[in-house]
Design a protein around this ligand. Structure first.
Ligand code: ADP
Length: 231
């Protein structure tokens, strides 16, 4: 595969074999340009989560190379992982909010960890909540929000530090079809402002409707790489 200067995410013949001996992804190669959005789809167990974990270095490849923002993750020292992760917003199916903290505090968390000033945090948290349409709920406890709103808080937390890359693992897994569409469109909005977005979802009809690039995995192999405009 040829080197592209603007690639934000690059997989080069990546294989991941878990300690169990199971090969979750097999010789996977693809590139995602900076500012591009792609869905990863495929059956349960196809390797979607594993692909996302390899980007955030939650897992390391058994063979092959993953490059994020020009940085080959192979050999990246443990001490530099937090720096890598600061550049990657992550959204999960089960949003992982702190239920004993307000919406505001949940979204502020990554910025508090990064050591930003109180004023800067307030500015950025409100901007993030505004983007997901929850500015009026900043003092609410997450438990009082609907499932869709809770997922929006998770998305606000993922983008509050303005990461170059946004990854989401089945972000609509617990939502009804209408809310699922709204959440997916929210991800597309972040792509519009230059974020590289990669969303794993088994919901193929929803993914197709979005009209974005689709990587189809089957038993860890890239079965199809569909791009808008192609048939
Ligand atoms: P998907 O997200 O498409 O459902 P996953 O990436 O979660 O797929 O899993 C791919 C395959 O790897 C599955 O067969 C799964 O059981 C296996 N797998 C995932 N995580 C682990 C792990 N930590 N240890 C062993 N096997 C795993």
């Amino acid at each position: 595969m040829s080197e592209t200067a603007a690639a934000m995410i690059r997989f080069d013949q990546v294989t991941k074999r878990y300690a169990s001996g199971h090969e979750a992804v097999h010789e996977l190669s693809f590139e995602l340009a900076a500012g591009e959005m792609a869905f990863v789809t495929g059956h349960s167990g196809a390797g979607k989560s594993t692909l996302l974990k390899l980007i955030a270095l939650i897992e390391r490849p058994t063979r092959g190379h993953v490059t994020v923002n020009g940085q080959n993750l192979h050999g990246l020292r443990r001490g530099r992982i937090p720096e890598l992760r600061r550049g990657i917003g992550m959204v999960f199916q089960d949003h992982r909010l702190l239920m004993d903290r307000s919406v505001y505090d949940n979204v502020a968390l990554p910025l508090i960890i990064a050591g930003l000033s109180r004023e800067e945090i307030a500015k950025r948290v409100r901007a993030a909540l505004d983007k997901v349409g929850l500015l009026e709920r900043e003092r609410a406890a997450p438990i009082t929000l609907s499932t869709g709103e809770q997922q929006r808080v998770g998305i606000a937390r993922a983008i509050v530090a303005k990461p170059a890359v946004l990854i989401a693992d089945e972000p609509t897994g617990n939502l009804d079809p209408q809310l699922s569409g709204e959440i997916m469109r929210l991800f597309a909005d972040f792509q519009q402002v230059g974020t590289t977005v990669i969303v794993a979802s088994h919901d193929l009809p929803l993914v197709k409707r979005m009209g974005k690039r689709v990587l189809v995995l089957d038993h860890g192999r890239l079965l199809d790489d569909w791009r808008p405009g192609s048939t």
